[in-house]
Write a protein that binds this ligand. Structure first.
Ligand code: ATP
Ligand code: CA
Ligand code: CA
Length: 453
């Protein structure tokens, strides 16, 4: 961020980067429609498509107000197949990514990557380093093998890998699934590795309104872990085991489990408080008005005027309300999505571990909580919905960790450092989540919030 408040990445204003990404993806996905669908061949994984975007436009690309740039699409046909496998239509993909401005997220990570989120909450764009992009390219055939065999997975869903090239700079980025809803405020968010070394969120992070906490914070806040019903617990741990086996086979480490917690009971309490506050405000207004009217020797006539005004106001409010409702319905019809199912439309946490769509009957009709959260309870017995997935898997042990490992093991007890052999890493990651974070409830716990209200 510079003095005038302009955010840059590799000295490119991010607004320019965002615009170029949107132009590039639009062209790339749109252009694919002319290529017939077919099975993926081994050589598709190595293909890189390059398109030049001159400011004045070309027969392939629209004109734009930014510096000329090149846009690379890695393995376009393979990624088209992945998107199709994940149920993403090309039109929806383009609408989400290219039609509306992207939202920039603040990144709690240390790597300096930039994250963008699409308006509809569906996709995340993350800038990646050269090495990570290279690694993802190498990973593609194995990744492809895995997702075609196994739909139940919490591994990141990669929908695309691209590179923006401008005046000698290369900015590579992936498009992935967004794991956490941004439309509802999650009560807690954790990025966990199963390590204790440096696994506490910084003061700066904790001062944020929606901080991403870490392992040690979790153990402080939930010394007894989160209770899951037996079947759910088994499905979750089995999925994690499978995923870890895949990650280990690629010598990947340093990944995290991202866990978002929505506390239904707390949310209801908060809602009540807001309602009480609002009705209090209303009373105050009423009292003030009454007082005023008396002061000005109010007549019945005046009161009637006031009543009429109130009525008009509320009618206006009602009509503008329904207008926006209608727009919303039209938009969602257009996109084949209802507002409530927007996030996790393509895969909810529940689907990721059970492989079936079990759209929450759990959810109160009048909340905006995205469907498919995993039902759980905390130690107080409060009802929770959990959103989760594995993230940051593009670090391979082979690439750069060896030196770091040797150095840190000299200084610190090898058991507690987060950089470790991949198999040890996977083991510890699993152990931690299966015993410290998630627990099987001793009693049956079918929680159905709507019935309990
Ligand atoms: P570092 O390498 O320093 O750990 P990074 O830049 O590689 O950081 P990640 O670890 O991938 O970044 O992610 C950082 C944070 O961004 C996560 O803790 C999480 O809060 C958020 N995040 C990352 N991926 C997703 C996702 N798919 N959905 C929602 N949030 C995400
Ligand atoms: Ca990370
Ligand atoms: Ca990383």
């Amino acid at each position: 961020v510079d003095k005038s408040g302009i955010v840059s990445y590799k000295k490119k204003p991010t607004s320019e980067l965002m615009a170029a990404i949107q132009l590039g993806i639009g062209q790339s996905v749109g252009g694919l429609s002319s290529k017939p669908e077919r099975d993926v061949l081994m050589q598709d994984f190595g293909v890189v498509e390059v398109v030049f975007f001159p400011g004045e436009g070309s027969n392939l690309t629209p004109a734009h107000h930014y510096s000329d740039f090149r846009f690379k699409t890695y393995a376009p046909v393979a990624f088209r197949y992945f998107r199709d496998l994940f149920g993403i239509q090309p039109d929806d993909f383009m609408l989400s990514l290219c039609d509306e401005p992207l939202k920039e997220l603040s990144n709690p990570g240390a790597s300096g990557s930039i994250f963008y989120l699409t308006q509809d909450d569906e996709f995340i764009i993350k800038t990646v380093q050269h090495k990570e992009a290279e690694f993802l390219q190498k990973l593609l055939p194995g990744y492809f093998l895995n997702i075609s065999q196994n739909k139940r997975t919490l591994l990141p869903k990669f929908y695309g890998l691209y590179c923006y090239q401008c005046s000698g700079k290369n900015i590579r980025f992936t498009v992935m699934n967004n794991l956490l809803p941004s439309t509802v405020k999650l009560h807690e968010k954790y990025d966990m590795k199963g390590s204790t070394y440096k696994r506490k969120a910084s003061k700066h992070e904790r001062s944020k309104s929606s901080p991403t906490l870490k392992d040690l914070d979790f153990m402080d806040n939930h010394p007894e872990g989160l209770q899951l019903e037996k079947d759910t617990y088994d499905a979750l741990i089995k999925t994690l085991q499978r995923d870890c086996r895949v990650l280990e086979s690629f010598k990947i480490m340093d990944y995290s489990l991202l866990v978002g917690i929505y506390n239904l009971d707390l949310a209801n309490k908060e809602k009540k408080q807001i309602q009480e506050f609002q009705s209090q405000q209303y009373c105050n207004t009423f009292i003030t008005r009454h007082f005023w009217n008396r002061q000005s020797q109010s007549t019945v006539q005046q009161q009637q005027i006031q009543l009429q005004q109130d009525k008009e106001q509320s009618e206006n409010y009602g009509s503008s309300q329904s207008r926006s409702d209608r727009t919303d319905t039209r938009n969602s019809l257009h996109r084949g999505k209802s507002f409530k199912t927007r996030i996790g439309q393509y895969s909810t946490p529940m689907e990721s571990i059970q492989g079936v769509t079990d759209l929450n009957e759990e959810i109160d009709e009048d909340t905006d909580v995205p469907p498919g959260g995993i039902p759980a309870r905390n130690a107080k017995g409060e009802r929770l919905l959990i959103y989760l997935g594995i993230i940051d898997i593009l670090q391979s042990f082979r690439l750069k960790k060896r030196l770091e490992h040797t150095m840190k093991s000299i200084v610190i007890d090898g058991d507690t450092i987060s950089v470790h052999r991949p198999s040890y890493y996977a083991q510890r990651f699993l152990q931690y989540h299966a015993t410290r974070v998630f627990k099987k409830t001793p009693t049956a716990l079918k929680h159905s919030p709507s019935k309990k209200r």
